[in-house]
Structures are given as C-alpha cells and as structure tokens.
Ligand binder design. Structure first.
Ligand code: GDP
Length: 528
C-alpha cells in the first residue's frame, strides 16, 4: 500500500454536535487527555482563554459566552490519527456550523441525560442526515439524576428518527451511579468518583459474573441490573456496523464527561468503527481518498486570527493525495496554480507548520483574501467538490455609516467578513445601499464590532424591507436580461458577483416567480 492509502485509512475526522451546555467542551478535553495531547483536563478552556487574548474581537465572544470561531484538533490514538473539528456553539449559530459538518466523515452527538434531545441537536442532526453522516451518541452527566435510559433511547429514536444500539449501559445514575456494562465485550467498568484526570483501568471486570462485581454492587443491585439488561437487549437493536456507517443506526454510550467516566470506552469504540475518509463527489467524478494526487476543498475562512498580521486562514479538508509544504495546486475558481506555502496543521497542543498532511486532515492556508469558501484545490486535474452550500440568509439589515468618508473601508470590511461565511453581503443594482444578510441576529453585532475593531469603521445596522433572498439562474440569456430589466429594483449582486433577488415580502417573491417561469429562484447557492 502506498503511504497515502495507509495514512488515509487511519484517519478519523469528526465533529461533536450538541445543544449548548450538554458537555461538548468537557468531552473534548477528556478526548484530548486520552490522546495524550494535554496533561490535565482544563487545558481546552485554557487554550480558549489564550486565544481570546490574542484577538480583541474575541472578547465579544467571551462576554457573551459564545464561541464564534472553531478550530481543529489533531491527536494520535491507538495507531489512528483523530481529527476533531470544533463546531461553533453559540445560541445563534449559522451556516459556518453546517459547513464544518460537510468536512467530517462522522459525528458524535452529546446529549444531557436530564434534558434529552434538545432543539439544536435536532437541527444539527438534520444536517448530518443530508449526507448520511454516521453518528455516535454519548449520553452525558450520568452523575446527575436524569431521564430513565430506556426513555432516552426512545426519545432519540422517535425525535431524531435514528435507530439506537446501546453499546454501554449505565449501572445506576446520579448518587447511585456505579458504572457501566459494555454490551459488546461484556466488561463491567465501575465508577470511582474523583478520578477524573486519569484512566480508570483498575476498576474493570471481565464480566458481570466476576465475583468482584457482586462484591462491589451487592446482590440486590446486581440482580436488578440483570433484569434490566435482559429488557434492554430485548427492546433495542444490537450494534450493526453497516447500519451505523449508512447513518441509520447510532451506537449509544453513557457516561460523565466531567468525571471522565465512560469516555475511554467511547473513544476505543470510535477509533475502531468510525469511518476513514470516503470518496467525495465533484462536478466531474468521484474522488477516492487513496488517489495519489492532492485534492481538497475550503469549508471555512477565518480572518485576522493574528491581529498583528491581518492574515486570513482558509481551512482546507484534504480529500485525496498527500500534501507537502510548498507544493502547487490548481485553484478551481481562478484556474490558476497556487503555491501552498506556510500551511498550518492543528495538533491539539498548538498550531504548527506542517510538512505533510493526508486525506481527512485539515490544513490552514494563509492568504490575503484570494481564497473563498467552497474553493477546491487539486493537483494535475481541475476538480470542483460539490455540496458546500451557501444558505439564503433569513435576516437582513442595511449598513449605516457614521462617517460617510469611510465608505470604501466599509465595503471592504463587509466583503471580507462575508467571505468567512457567517454573513452575506449584497449590493443592490439600483442604489448605493450595502445590505447584510445573516442566519442569526447575533451576526450583526459581531460584524459591527469587528468593523470598528479591525477596519476602524463605525457602522450600525438598520431594518430594511427584505424578507428573503433567492439566487437567480436562467439559461436563456434573453429572458434573463428581460427579468433583470423588469426587476432591477429588487436585484442585487452578492460578494461573488452573482445575481440575487431580494424579495420585500414572501408574497412578492411568489408573484415574481410566477411571472418569470423561465427563471430559477434558488434558496442555496453552491459555492462555485
Ligand atoms: P458545552 O456548552 O456543550 O461545551 O458544555 P460544557 O462542556 O461547557 O459543559 C457545560 C456544563 O456542564 C459545565 O458546567 C460542565 O462542567 C458541566 N458538565 C459537563 N459534563 C458533566 C458531567 O458529566 N456531569 C456534570 N454534573 N456536569 C457536567
């Protein structure tokens, strides 16, 4: 096997999805702990704080207890290389979260045992469903009282429409939490509070029949547990690798992230069963991870990570081949060859310069605004990966400048910030307005803050009569021109120069569509 095949086969690239407060950050810390990436839990929060210090606008995130940025953490575990892509977790999350999910091969869903399936989890699951992303589930906070485990499985099955296969099963809960049983291996892992920074190998028994288990649990609890397990195994599904890989079944684990309990069982199972990189679709053909030529796509842009350098980093997911520092690849949007120098990798310990990277890995490419979300890079052959959508924004505001002389900076700032993908920027054909669209209201505050902080522009955002946006496409040039003339008042160009219809009301949109049957009104635009 070539080194590309070997390296690709051992990559496990995933994201954790959860409703805020379910324990995503805590679980991330524990996974990094097992990955040897950090010595002590707490370091992720420490890293967060350190990063906050490097960039002022992040103070806004901190103030609001949100994380607008997301990062990539790589660590080795049991011969595998795990890439964990963080998803932004703020209440007002937007498209950038969705797009991170296009760059992973599987996901891990964290659920709070007391709260069950929450609204954000439902949304995120819908996105995973679009690509049949395989999902594992961790039910967290077992050290607290919560819903009965059987009810939780029912809830996941009925609300999220996915079959559950419990892999571990809790012994008690809250004050009475005694451990978990591994339903596949039969092992019993007992819970010892206060050992949350270490691996808990000393409390593992090979099976329920081990005399040590009866000794620790007592006969009454043990027989209650046996009855329960019988019930569970009758009522639930056994783990089926094919169903999991098809996104039809989710293996379920129970534990307590903060107590580091049940986490290692999850990680061991994850690296064994979670999928390595799969082939991905482009406009011309499917690209397999084991192909020797490099290819990848950009799913996220982050500007000004380092305010001293005003740099921007494009996050590229590698889909095939091998990346080596300084190599050249063709950028599909421009058709030009670009040298990929100064790429960053994201070892959990720190950002560092990479020499090589493989399918499943994410590299960060420094640039000065020449790379956009959705761009593909490839060696030898032009390729354009599909499926990285731009969603029509749901909220619109007009930018208003305090100092009219700063118009140029405002335009530049809005255009650059919209390249990061959280907001979209529109210029009406018939006016000098600058209109910003977003999926959540918080984005407007973030943009106003960053305009001031990074571009020295004092702008506010005011209401504007726009209900929704549709990208316009029409193969018939004459009909398109006609449409343009008749609807000029409602037409704008987006940051990429594409024609967009900004409808003042839904009714107006309906009418416009009826009057122009030859024109397509698209609710998403694939980055092209
Ligand atoms: P996130 O918003 O999903 O990243 O959640 P965090 O990891 O920040 O956790 C939210 C809160 O739940 C924090 O106060 C954690 O300390 C707490 N927490 C996380 N895991 C557990 C757990 O297993 N048990 C209990 N009791 N609390 C937990």
């Amino acid at each position: 096997m070539s080194d590309v095949s070997l390296e690709a086969a051992r990559r496990r690239t995933f994201a954790i999805v959860s409703h805020p407060d379910a324990g995503k950050t805590t679980l991330t810390e524990k996974l990094l702990l097992f990955g040897g990436a950090i010595q002590m839990a707490g370091s992720v929060k420490g890293r967060k704080a350190a990063r906050h210090a490097t960039s002022d606008w992040m103070a806004l995130e901190k103030e609001r207890g949100i994380s607008v940025t997301s990062s990539v953490m790589q660590f080795p575990y049991e011969g595998r290389i795990v890439n964990l892509l963080d998803t932004p977790g703020h209440a007002d999350f937007g498209e950038d979260t969705y797009r991170v999910l296009t760059a992973v091969d599987s996901a891990l869903m964290v659920i709070d045992v007391a709260k069950g399936v929450e609204e954000r989890t439902i949304k995120l699951m819908e996105v995973c469903r679009l690509r049949d992303t395989p999902i594992m589930t961790f039910i967290n906070k077992l050290d607290r009282e919560g819903k009965p485990p059987i009810d939780l499985l029912d809830e996941v099955e009925s609300v999220l429409g996915i079959q559950c296969a419990p892999v571990t099963w809790p012994i008690g809960m809250g004050q009475r939490l005694k451990g978990v049983v591994h339903l596949v291996t039969g092992e019993v892992h007992l819970y010892e509070p206060g050992r949350n920074f270490t691996r808990q190998d000393s409390t593992i028994f090979p099976s329920l029949d081990d005399p040590g288990v009866a000794e620790r649990l007592g006969d009454a609890m043990l027989s209650e547990l046996r009855d329960e397990l019988e019930l569970v195994q009758g009522a639930s599904h056994p783990f089926d690798p094919a169903a999991y890989l098809a996104g039809k079944q989710t293996p379920v684990f129970f534990g307590s992230a903060v107590n580091n309990f049940g986490v290692q069982l999850l990680l061991d199972f994850f690296v064994e069963h979670a999928p390595p990189p799969k082939p991905r679709a482009t406009t011309t053909r499917e690209v397999g991870p084991y192909e020797s030529h490099l290819s990848g796509f950009v799913f996220k842009i982050q500007a000004n990570m380092d305010p001293q350098h005003r740099d921007r980093v494009a996050f590229m997911r590698i889909c095939s081949g091998k990346f080596t520092a300084g190599m050249k690849a063709m950028q599909n949007r421009t058709g030009k060859e670009v040298k990929l120098a100064n790429a960053l990798t994201f070892m959990a310990s720190d950002r560092e310069i990479v020499e090589t990277a493989y399918p499943g890995d994410v590299i960060g490419i420094h640039n000065h605004g020449t790379i956009s979300i959705g761009d593909s890079f490839s060696e030898g052959e032009a390729l354009s990966f599909t499926g990285i959508p731009n969603f029509a924004p749901e909220l619109f505001r007009r930018a208003r400048l305090r100092d009219p002389l700063k118009l140029k900076q405002l335009q530049k700032g809005l255009a650059q910030l919209s390249e990061e993908g959280a907001t979209q920027f529109f210029r009406p054909l018939m006016s000098n307005d600058l209109i910003l669209g977003a999926v959540g209201t918080l984005q407007f505050d973030v943009v106003a803050y960053r305009l001031k902080d990074e571009y020295g522009v004092d702008a506010t955002f005011e209401q504007v009569q726009v209900a929704t946006a549709r990208w316009i496409r029409c193969d018939d040039a004459k009909k398109l021109e006609e449409f343009r003339e008749k609807n000029a008042l409602n037409l704008s160009l987006d940051a990429a120069g594409q024609l967009v219809y900004l409808a003042p009301t839904r009714v107006n949109l309906q009418l416009a569509m009826e009057r122009a049957p030859a024109v397509q009104f698209l609710a998403t635009r694939e980055h092209a």
